[in-house]
Ligand binder design. Structure first.
Ligand code: BJW
Ligand code: ZN
Length: 255
């Protein structure tokens, strides 16, 4: 299947959902979630660290992992894939970006108000009273191999501060999930980019679009469980495939 077929779908679309996962940030130098872990965490499975149980058992290990990731993300810049998505948004005003990523690279590329299904690295909160905590100053300055880091204490109740992300077994933010499902049910094209499609309920989003009759374009170098519901599977890196796809779009003024 070709970029040409995908471009034909994009040219006809008026309500587009772009659904992204870690792969869209891979070419910005941010490891995907299911990449092998390095440094201090080489012995751990990321899925085991992204749980409330892991944080309760060893807050310094998990907090240190997130600060290390915040440092990497803080040094990263949006790539041509993020930029192409912002161009789709500019050219087709009915576009909604839904991301599972906890970085802010869509915003930095110019996307307006992407929906963050799994939270953000920049919104820490108390692990007990849930009040927002003051984000650490600066972009992060963790060593390349990372380190254990005792989380700060909540200024209200003294409990450890935790990252403002959604861990396994936790509910997704209701407003974000509802807005994403509504956009998927109402769109006339969904583009899924750089996600393994194995984590629920996020992985339902492209499936909702397909069930409501919208074509689905997938951009991923590897096959995923979403392949079967996709109208077009473009096997390649987002930073190469998406810029080729947006070449087909007329200028914003022409639409
Ligand atoms: C490229 C590329 C390039 C590489 N270009 N592409 C139904 C069935 C089975 C299980 C469940 C179910 N419903 C719920 C569950 C349980 C669980 C779950 O899904 N488990 C499965 C893993 C089995 N889900 C949950 O627990 C969720 N909560 C929940 O259901 O709550 C219920 C509840 C209700 C009410 C009250 C209480 C509870 C929560 C899920 C939260 C997931 N959180 C994480 C961590 C976020 C914080 C952090 O970043 O640390 O989110 S896990 C992790 O996975 C992260 C990601 O957002 C998410 C998805 O990963 P993603 O983005 O797809 O990355 P990868 O690494 O998997 O894939 C990268 C892809 O990119 C690959 O395909 C590459 O090929 C590709 N790629 N280079 C394009 N250049
Ligand atoms: Zn507190």
């Amino acid at each position: 299947m070709t970029v040409r077929e995908a471009a034909d779908l994009l040219l006809k679309a008026r309500k587009v959902v772009v659904f992204t996962g870690a792969g869209v940030s891979a070419e910005s130098g941010i490891p995907t979630f299911r990449d092998a872990l390095t440094g201090l965490w080489a012995r751990f499975d990321a899925q085991a660290l992204a749980t409330p149980e892991a944080f309760a058992a060893d807050p310094a290990l998990v907090y240190g992992w997130y600060e290390w990731r915040r440092t990497i993300v803080g040094r990263a810049r949006p790539n041509a894939g993020h930029t192409a998505i912002a161009k789709i948004e500019a050219a087709i005003p009915g576009t909604v970006v839904v991301t599972q990523n906890v970085d802010a690279l869509h915003e930095q590329a110019g996307s307006v108000s992407p929906i963050h299904l799994h939270g953000s690295l920049y919104a820490p909160r108390c692990s007990s009273c849930a009040k927002p905590a003051t984000p650490p100053e600066g972009p992060g300055d963790e060593p390349a191999d990372g380190r254990r880091l005792t989380p700060p204490a909540c200024e209200h109740c003294g409990a450890p501060v935790r990252p403002g992300v959604v861990w396994f077994g936790e509910a997704l933010p209701v407003d974000a999930l509802e807005a994403a499902v509504a956009a998927a049910a109402d769109c006339d094209l969904l583009i899924t980019v750089g996600t393994s499609g194995v984590v629920y309920p996020a992985a339902e989003i492209p499936q909702v679009a397909a069930r409501f009759g919208a074509p689905v374009i997938q951009v991923n170098p590897m096959p995923t469980p979403l392949d079967d519901i996709c109208t077009v599977n473009l096997r390649g890196p987002a930073a190469e495939v998406l810029p080729e796809l947006v070449l087909s779009l007329p200028s914003t003024a022409a639409r």
